[in-house]
Design a protein around this ligand. Structure first.
Ligand SMILES: [Zn+2]
Length: 188
């Protein structure tokens, strides 16, 4: 191991600060452990233990705070997204359509699976709750609807708006399925 720009080995170092300094060395080696137990050379400049210095440097490096992310408000972000959307509207639409066409089967299957899983879980929970006290459950859902009517309607509207494409796809699926059934019925 070599130390400093003169590439001193421990054997080449002087054992006192004064001798090292006089010789113009960057390091000296006392041969005695530092207070943290490192048997390591010291700097002539400040008599600090090299190993201690290395550890302190590493800690400082780890502790150095990361550059904080630019904080933008919710409104700003929304505005940014809106502008991006407007600018790329046609492109995004086309992209989305292409994506749906290409992945239709997979998307529909996934969506159906998700609905099924969630419905089942939800239903199970509802079922348990219901049979604990049916009258109370009915009263509760009635009360909830009464109190949240507006909210529920708004949410429904929002859902429909957000999932227009979905709903259209699902309706189309349903329509085709029914049509097929009807055709098979008429064949009989
Ligand atoms: Zn040390």
């Amino acid at each position: 191991m070599e130390y400093g720009k003169n590439k001193l080995t421990i054997e080449e170092m002087y054992s006192t600060l004064k001798e090292g300094k006089d010789a113009g060395h960057s390091h000296y080696f006392k041969g005695v452990p530092c207070k943290h137990g490192h048997l390591s050379p010291r700097f002539v400049s400040n008599s600090a233990c090299v190993e201690c210095n290395r550890i302190a440097g590493r800690k400082a490096y780890v502790k150095k705070p990361r550059k904080p992310r630019k904080v933008i408000s919710k409104e700003e972000r929304a505005e940014k997204q809106r502008r991006y959307y407007l600018k790329n509207k046609e492109k995004l639409k086309l992209h989305k359509q292409k994506y749906y066409i290409k992945n239709k089967e997979r998307i529909l299957r996934k969506h159906r699976e998700w609905l099924k899983n969630n419905k089942e879980r939800e239903r199970e929970r509802e079922y348990k709750r219901y049979w604990k006290d049916p009258e109370k459950a009915i009263a509760r859902s009635k009360k909830y609807y009464k109190e949240h009517r507006e909210e529920i309607l708004v949410k429904k509207r929002e859902y429909r708006k957000k999932n227009k494409l979905w709903i259209r796809m699902m309706n189309r699926e349903y329509y085709l399925k029914k049509k097929k059934e009807r055709e098979e019925q008429s064949k009989k």
